[in-house]
Ligand binder design. Structure first.
Ligand code: DOR
Ligand code: ZN
Length: 343
């Protein structure tokens, strides 16, 4: 069985820099036409000028003959100015600004400490129609890690979306039924990305029968009832939910150790993973909207016109891939996947 769909885009991707970038970018470019590239480098990408330079490094790391188009983002800090927002918008290469609450995840130390102080900047983003991309987890150490997304909604998102009803916002990598319900009920311009790992797994995969560090990402995998809510949202055909892998490569030794990094590497098999999920849900006919249409529509970009073809023929995901001087272990390493990308 074969499935041909419009070429998809990845609306949430970590490409890193230097050797790591060179090692992973081809995986995304083989599958996706475009990707929203996350700005959490060290130091973070905080200005349009830095984003333009990073974009050139990505383009020069690409294999020849790919038309892959990296869509850049800025990392929001307490010091972001309205002037920088306008520069970003006018550049044409910056498609969003990423809000990481300070300390929420990998390389987020420079993140935002008080969102209310940034309300004048959000006002400018709203009038420029430049999307706000949100890592929606509280970083308060007294809050249980499994509750951090739900509490962020109550503490910040309710007010944010009331104050800026016209600001396009992406609730990134939703992991709970609470998040799905919030997006569905939101009267403003709010959408959400969903990762393959949060659709495929719940926290048992990570914790039952031994700790499996390659399933550890942030926001952390939740219980099965949340996973079900995500599958329903992704396969419902609701255009507010679209593909964002959050593929986040780390060297093998930094995952498999006493204090492992957060992030699942999925760029090597991303669209194949989603095909498997949609197939299992009996919703292959909904894959194209989720993967190839709804994100482009949200970002006000043209839909892609070329196609990719997947075939239902099983293959084994490699144990690891080269990653600079290290290796990166992908999600489902050594396991069988049912769908293969053939062109
Ligand atoms: O698991 C994650 N890894 N979540 C994030 O938000 C960041 C990412 C990374 O950059 O490694
Ligand atoms: Zn991410």
């Amino acid at each position: 069985m074969q499935l041909t769909i419009t070429q998809p885009d990845d609306w949430h991707l970590h490409l890193r820099d230097d050797d790591a970038l060179a090692a992973v970018v081809a995986h995304s470019a083989e599958r996706f036409a475009r990707a929203i590239v996350m700005p959490n480098l060290q130091p973070p990408v905080t200005t349009t000028e830095m984003a333009a330079a990073y974009r050139l490094r990505i383009l020069s790391a690409l294999p020849t003959n790919t038309g892959f188009d990296p869509l850049m983002t800025l990392y929001m800090t307490d010091r972001l100015s309205s002037e920088e927002v306008i520069r970003a918008k006018q550049s044409g290469i910056v498609k969003g600004i990423k809000l990481y609450p300070a300390g929420a995840t990998t390389n987020s130390d420079a993140g935002v400490t008080d969102i209310q102080k940034l309300y004048p900047v959000l006002e400018t983003m709203q009038s420029e129609s430049l999307p706000l991309l949100i890592h929606a987890e509280v970083t308060d150490s007294s809050v249980d890690i499994f509750d951090r997304e739900r509490i962020f909604i109550d503490r910040y998102l309710v007010e944010l979306s009331r104050t800026f009803p016209e600001l396009p916002m992406v609730f990134e990598h939703v992991t709970t039924k609470d998040a799905v319900d919030f997006v569905k009920e939101n009267p403003g311009r709010m959408a959400a990305t969903i990762t393959p790992q949060h659709l495929m797994y719940n926290r048992n995969a990570m914790l039952a029968g031994g700790i499996r560090p390659h399933y550890f990402c942030l926001p952390i995998l939740k219980r099965g009832s949340h996973q079900q809510a995500l599958i329903e949202a992704a396969t419902s055909g609701d255009p507010r939910f679209f593909l964002g892998t959050d593929s986040a490569p780390h060297p093998q030794h930094a995952k498999e150790c006493g204090c492992g990094c957060a992030g699942c590497y999925t760029a090597n098999s991303a669209i194949e993973l989603y095909a498997e999920i949609f197939d299992q849900a009996g919703a292959l006919n909904k894959l194209e909207g989720f993967s190839s249409f709804f994100g482009a529509d949200f970002y006000n970009l043209p839909r892609n016109t070329n196609t990719i073809t997947l075939e239902k023929r099983s293959w084994i995901v490699p144990e690891s891939y080269p990653f600079g001087n290290d290796r990166v272990v992908p999600l489902m390493a050594g396991h069988e996947l049912q769908w293969q990308l053939i062109s």
